[in-house]
Structure formats: structure tokens, C-alpha cells
Design a protein. Sequence first.
Length: 199
Amino acid sequence: MIQIILVLILAYLLGSIPSGLIVGKTFYKVDIREHGSGNLGGTNTFRTLGVKAGLAVTLADILKGTLAAALPVIFHLDMNPLLAGIFAVIGHTYPIFAGFRGGKAVATSGGIVLFAAPYMFLTVIVVFFISLYLSKYVSLSSMIAGITAVLFAVISGLVRDWDIPLLIVVLFLAVFVIYRHRANIKRIINKTEPKIKWL
């Protein structure tokens, strides 16, 4: 039990690593929390620092989720990797290393899916970029990606076998991502949400 608790704490600490803050301050001398949306995630990094920085932060945030989900396997623990992944998402959203002001959990959630269901991850990525190409809204594409993950889990259950823990987790993550984007939803409706210019 103690080992499980320690792994969950470690997963939270992994998620708490503020990739956007580190990249911004180290390479650009910029605190991205003082620009754009004030968010520490990849979207605000793209908007504030450009494509290279945005890609680096997004990749780092994905890997946080993947590594956290892998911790139970690494330490040979009898626990669902998805649970550790959720703690990484909590860490990313409310990071202890950045005043509990983090990102919106999209990339880190994707990292969990990458570890638990790689084909789901690939499908979600394809849908995300198609949506991004058509709409130019990162926020909208992120929410559509979350919904796609849920649909993938449901269709997989109907066609093959149900993975109930995975379905519950991706449903939770999709709802959480949409909740975190509630301000973006209002801006999309009001047509004031910024659009990307690099795709």
C-alpha cells in the first residue's frame, strides 16, 4: 500500500513539472503565465513563444502522462496504470512547482492514452489535426479529441471486449478537459477565440 501511495505521489510530481514555464524562462526569458491566456500548457506556449517552443512543451507534457502511467509497471505494482496517469493530470493542472496554476490537461491526458491504448492515441491525434486544420481552434480540437477517445472506447467495447477502466478514465478526462475549456467555449460562441496561423 505504501508503495502505491509513493507511486501516486511521484506521478503527481511528474505531472507538476511546468514544461511551459521551464522552456519559456530557460530559452526565451519569458514567463508565459504573464502572456496570452496565462496558461502553462502547450496552446499558450504556441501562442506566446511560437511553434518550436509549443511543440517542445506539448511533447514534454505528453511524456509526463506516459511516464506516470508506466510507473506501476516499472515498479512491478499490482495497480492500474491509469490511476497513476490521473494523478499526473492532477499535477499538470494544479502543479505544486508553479503555484498550482497549470495547464488544461490535454497533452498529459494524451500521454496516458498513449501508454494505455496506442491505437486510440493515434486515432485521437489524427482527428485532432483534422479538426485543427478545418477550424483553426486548438481548444475546439482538444475537446473533439477527448470526445473521440470516448467514442473509440465505446466502439471498441461493442466490437471486441469492454475495457471498463479505460472507458471510465477517458470519459473522466474528456469531461475534465471540456470543463477546463469552458472560457474557450464562450469565446468560440462569441467568435473571439484566437485562431492558429501556422496550419
